[in-house]
Design a protein around this ligand. Sequence first.
Ligand SMILES: [Ca+2]
Length: 292
Amino acid sequence: MGQGSWRKEKTLWSMSLVMVVAVVLSSCALFPPLPLTPDPPPGMVLVPAGDFLMGSTPADGAVGIQVGVDELPQRTVYLKSFYIDQYEVTNRQYADYVKTGRGYAPATWNFTQHPLGRQGKRWPVGTLPPGEENHPVTDTDWYDARAYCAWAGKRLPTEAEWEKAARGTDGRQFPWGNDVDPRKANTMESGLQWARAVGSYPEDVSPYGVYDMIGNVAEWVSDWYHPYPGSTLTRDAFGKHPVLRGGSWATPVYPFARVAARLPVELLPMDQRDPNWHTGFDKGFRCAKDVK
Ligand SMILES: [Ca+2]
């Protein structure tokens, strides 16, 4: 090979390299790398950032004079990405927390007037209700739920986060769509009068794969009860109580177990709490977590 030919080849090779680099750089400009989202923590799912329809329209929310009016007006809400538990927190999970001494065992099984006749059965530290290890923990009030989530390195979801996780972005009334079907969730129509193991209803699942948002137990969220932006509703309860979301085995699927339904519940002040206070057999929770 002559020296001139070698220089020509070297020049062509250099030009090719420059062109390749230019193409790569322009591709990067056109298609910037997507931000990496870490895998969800165990037992949680990712709800991606974006808008969703929150609240109800007068047609699907205002059932009667008062029911549903606190879900108005429906509006578009943007949320950044977050994680949420795929299932309600279970007795087994809560027992691990109780064993640390940070919380007390729920009073659920110490209730002497249980509708199914379960009498005098305590839920002592470290002893789970036999056969109900994977049932949702109940009789936990808002403070209990918040403390558990903090212990687990998580937090309670906001009302908006809970609702988006339950219905997706399109404003549907139930996780599965808009048809009122009491067979798809553990609501009052099941006749069980009790919770079942979490995830027992495969159709009570949201577009993000979150289970039991309609039935089983109602769930505490972090927000306290306030009117939605744009609402002219006035209620004495506004600003005074935390909120439960979702229906339960004790509520009919319609209208109380729609994903937009809100239930404010009176809470004992911290200094008046009693470990034997029965918050309710049908009240539980799940946790959420920020995406870092
Ligand atoms: Ca639930």
